[in-house]
Write a protein that binds this ligand. Sequence first.
Ligand code: SF4
Length: 149
Amino acid sequence: MTYRPNGVIRLVQYGLKSEVLECSDIWFCMGCNTCSTACPMAIDIAAVMSALREIAIEESVRIAEPGIYNFHQEVLNSIYRYGRTHKLEIMMRYKLRQRDLFSDMDMGLRMLAKRKLDLRPSKIINKTQIRKLFSAKVQKAKGNNDAPS
Ligand code: SF4
């Protein structure tokens, strides 16, 4: 991390938009809420990090951690397709995006052997609400803030 959570908040306070949107720190955040819980100013820093990632994507800035971004996209794609995450497919698609098919293969095989990965996705019955959320997000990204009903 270059700035750490307090440094990221400071960049936001100073209005240093390109510095904050192009830094690695916003992509390293796992949303564990440790800093949010400890913040003496009660700032929900994890939520700020998440919002900064979304703004970075929407504004097509240079993504500092493309590997993490690719993983992020595959998780969202899985939720869009099934309403849930299908971990095996996420990992395979992520590896394809990264053009790195064989690293971690041994760990993947061990996870399969221990039945930690489902071969088939489990799907929610009604994906309409999930699709509406994604559709509203796409509309917003296009500058149309009227979410579809
Ligand atoms: S939410 Fe957790 S991972 Fe994210 S910046 Fe705070 S402490 Fe780090």
